[in-house]
Design a protein around this ligand. Structure first.
Ligand code: G3P
Ligand code: CA
Length: 382
């Protein structure tokens, strides 16, 4: 254990946490801001207008703080991220909250709460059989009693030190945080919400789309110039959103088929969507695309980044006027291409900046990253 902590200190993974001796519960916007301000900062000047590359804090500064907490978003903003990314799910009473999964057991302490033991159940979500506790079975008031925990404590034990410190934020609280930090940072901070499990929530009568559009509009985000991108792995909910709001939309690309297309039996796959014709169709409803990184630069059989075989994805997307924001850049060896790792410790950092640079050379417009400070520093280099 001591060796692990020493390794993390050496690799600076714990650096933002050193100021935290006994983390207070940062449930409120102001508490999250105060907490983040105690952390070491790496902020440099952010370009005016739409920055390039656009630095999107993936689930907040999730390389340093349990994901999708106000503290993770606040730290990302203070590190200089341009946009923060809340993944969104629905509560039983129709409130938008930030979680990557509606299965709450992955990133909250719900399994340790005897009062919710009987809510554990099995169901199929997006075609996958799951067992756990689901956001749609909890009121917002109940969700607010839960506390966030680190998803990958074996890779990020420093984050796990903060288990139990932060609540699940609502989208409104995230917007409040952004607006507050916009004032103190004197810059525009963007929101990059993702609708999670859209078909699933629609089937429950808890569709995410209209509440999201309503909440954004209520907060002044209702134009193509608003600092917002709404993303989805599904197709039809983005098409619906394009009729509900002028806010910019981003089509995400994963493996296989979008779940809504799978359910419809349409035969449309992400591979079809990545073709020039597929990208042309996407440009009718979206302003950008968010591919998994391998759509742009694949890895070879040894797991090395194979820049010599960079695809035409970026060029084809740009030909249709689409921005390209790939996901997800992560600094730890366990996520990096084999040729950019440093040593064998899966928790240690490798050369994430070199990976980012290769993608910048491939022409990307922005990137989702767990450690926004790395991209901020890289962008600031002359
Ligand atoms: O939304 C971009 C990226 O976040 C997609 O992957 O699974 O982290 O939401 P995921
Ligand atoms: Ca996401």
């Amino acid at each position: 254990m001591f060796r692990t902590v020493r390794t993390l200190l050496r690799t600076s993974l714990l650096a933002p946490l050193l100021a935290v001796s006994a983390p207070a519960q940062a449930d409120s916007v102001q508490a999250a801001i105060d907490w983040a301000r105690q952390q070491p900062q790496t902020h440099t000047d952010v370009p005016k207008g739409e920055a390039r590359p656009l630095i999107i804090a993936h689930r907040g500064a999730s390389g340093y703080v349990p994901e999708h907490t106000l503290a993770a978003y606040a730290l990302a903003i203070l590190q200089g991220a341009d946009y923060i990314e809340p993944d969104l799910v629905m509560s039983q009473d129709g409130q938008l909250v930030a979680r990557h999964d509606n299965q709450l057991g992955l990133t909250t302490d719900v399994a340790q709460r005897p009062e919710f033991a009987e809510r554990q159940r099995s169901q199929t979500v997006d075609g996958i059989s799951l067992n756990g506790w689901f956001s749609e079975d909890f009121s917002l008031a109940e969700l607010k009693t839960l506390r966030a925990i680190e998803r990958i404590p074996q890779i990020r034990p420093g984050n796990a030190r903060l288990d139990g410190s932060f609540a699940i934020p609502t989208l409104q609280e995230i917007i409040d945080l952004v607006k507050s930090l916009q004032l103190s940072q004197q810059r525009v901070i963007g929101l990059y919400p993702e609708t999670k499990h859209p078909t699933h929530f629609q089937q429950l009568g808890l569709g995410l789309e209209q509440p999201l559009v309503n909440l954004l509009k209520k907060n002044g985000y209702h134009s193509a110039k608003a600092p917002v991108y709404i993303q989805s792995f599904e197709v039809n909910n983005l098409k619906s959103l394009s009729r509900l709001t002028p806010v910019r939309l981003v089509q995400l690309f994963g493996a296989g088929q979008p779940f809504d297309q799978q359910r419809l039996g349409s035969g449309l796959t992400y591979a079809h969507m990545a073709s020039p014709a597929g990208l042309k169709a996407i440009a009718r409803y979206a302003a950008g695309v968010g591919p998994e990184k391998s759509y742009i630069i694949p890895r070879d059989a040894s797991g090395n980044l194979d820049a010599a075989n960079t695809t035409a994805f970026v060029a084809n997307a740009h030909a249709q006027g689409l921005k390209v924001h790939p996901y997800t850049f992560r600094a730890e060896n366990s996520f990096l291409p084999a040729n950019l790792r440093t040593g064998n410790d899966p928790q240690a950092r490798g050369d994430s900046a070199a990976e980012i640079q290769l993608f910048l050379d491939a022409g990307i417009d922005g990137l989702f990253i767990d450690q926004p400070d790395i991209a901020v520093r890289l962008r600031a280099k002359p």
